[in-house]
Write a protein of this length. Structure first.
Length: 354
């Protein structure tokens, strides 16, 4: 009897392996799951029937075999139903994937079914949302860059046409042309640096540097304009605070934040730079006594070309804060904005300690 059982077991295993190899050649998951259900039920059932035929000669014990057949049939139906459910969930993700591949950036998969397929659909939806935001940002970048490039180019063209028509002498527009070219140069340089940040191609020469000298240099850069606008500026930084950074990049970040703060600080206002050493990083904060930030500004002020000005009449390329965020993150730090409890805005960023 033991020998017969071993023979049946070996035969069932061999047949099962051969059928399993064949199932792998089926073209769809749905067919493979259906085949797996048939295999999982059919092979044991065949073994039971064969054993019953040999042992009982299909006599009075045929009821046992009938029960076995009924149980196997129920199991087969359950397996086919479950396989169909899994295949349907996969089909929903496949259809959403095909729609996204065809260019429908709004395509989303229905989240449902087993936990693994629900997680797959959720990950796909997150990817699709990120991709849609990326394409939207690209369209906005082209539109906004075209707007900011068109203005100085139009001014240059108008001045050159006036000179060609004899309406003005060349020397009358020399200074104005130089200013327009400078604006174009700044915008192109900002776009190039932003492209480097996006591609991760920006090379940083990191070294230990004291923050006191960096802060002082930035304050001197805006001192004349602040004095002309009657805005006081001050800094609170210990002379021994040092960070591991690319000093010229950190100086640019801080200068961008100070310029932005000065732009939004009224006459007789104040701007302050605060440096606070923490456990593994140093936090640098720029505060102003302006009107503060709207909720939209807090969430979007580091976006490309975003300005809290529907008329877009403010100066600058609109990329300064975006580049500042990229430079801070390239150092392994973070940057954020918030309103002060006593009024005004506060922008902070962190850098690794020396």
């Amino acid at each position: 009897m033991i020998l017969s059982a071993l023979v049946v077991a070996a035969g069932s295993l061999s047949v099962g392996l051969l059928i399993a190899v064949g199932l792998r050649t089926l073209p769809t998951v749905r067919l493979q799951l259906m085949g797996l259900g048939v295999l999982a039920v059919g092979v044991p059932l065949a073994a039971v029937l064969l054993s019953g035929w040999v042992m009982f000669h299909m006599g009075d014990d045929v009821k046992i075999l009938a029960v076995a057949v009924a149980s196997a049939s129920a199991a087969l139906l359950a397996a086919l139903f479950l396989g169909r459910s899994i295949a349907d969930s996969l089909d929903r993700v496949r259809e959403a994937t095909a729609a996204l591949a065809a260019g429908d950036l709004g395509a989303r998969a229905v989240e449902g079914g087993p936990a693994e397929l629900t997680e797959l659909a959720r990950s796909f939806n997150e990817m699709a949302a990120n991709l849609e935001r990326s394409f939207d940002a690209r369209r906005e970048l082209v539109a906004w860059a075209s707007h900011d490039l068109r203005t100085p180019l139009t001014n240059i063209q108008s001045m050159l046409e006036a000179v060609d028509d004899g309406l003005a002498r060349p020397e009358e527009y020399t200074t104005a042309l130089r200013d327009q070219v400078r604006s174009l140069t700044v915008l192109v340089d900002d776009l190039f640096e932003l492209a480097q940040l996006d591609q991760g191609a920006l090379t940083l020469e990191l070294r230990d540097a004291g923050l006191e000298s960096l802060v002082s240099a930035c304050l001197r850069g805006i001192e004349a304009e602040a004095r002309a606008r009657n805005v006081s500026i001050q800094a609170r930084v210990d002379h021994d605070v040092a960070v591991h950074c690319a000093p010229e990049k950190v100086e640019r970040v801080l200068f961008n934040l100070l310029t932005n703060a000065l732009r939004h600080t009224p006459s007789d206002g104040a701007i302050a730079v605060l440096v606070q050493p923490e456990e593994h990083e140093v936090r640098v904060t720029v505060e102003d006594s302006g009107a503060g930030l709207s909720s939209d500004a807090i969430s979007r002020m580091f976006d490309r070309f975003w300005r809290d000005d529907p008329a877009r009449s403010s100066t600058g390329s609109g990329l300064g804060l975006t580049i500042a965020r990229g430079l801070v993150e390239a150092h392994g730090g973070r940057i954020w904005a918030e309103n002060r409890a006593t009024g005004g805005a506060r922008v902070s960023f962190t850098l690794p300690t020396a």
